[in-house]
Unconditional design. Sequence first.
Length: 145
Amino acid sequence: MNPPACPHAAYFPQMHSRDYYCRVPQRKAAELRLQHSATILEPSVLNEVRHLCLPGRVAGITEWHGVEQGYPISIGWDWMELQDGDIRPVMVIAPRTNIRLVDAKGYDVSEASAAPFLWALIASLPWQGFVSRTIVEEKPLPRRA
């Protein structure tokens, strides 16, 4: 018998569906409990924000995680800081997640239909504080001439 391609795979149970999504009833999306994983400044997000002609001066990504029905879940999204210091999600770019919302009959909800529920979930999280701290801690000081 050949060993598995990834030797660690044999020791860890598969905690997700075959397609790596955790299915959650749409009506329960707001009840998901998530914790902060990471927030970073990301120059490629700032480049994308500028390409989209959005008024961001600093941008990055944040990731949150939790457990639902015994399965690991995570959601991440891009954010930007505006000139006035307001921090907002970059909503023209969909959140990245393994959460798949399902309707009352158990069918997958399209990403476009799920987006408002995911953005509402994001709005309920205290994520701006983590972003503010990251900006203060990581933002490079302006160069002196």
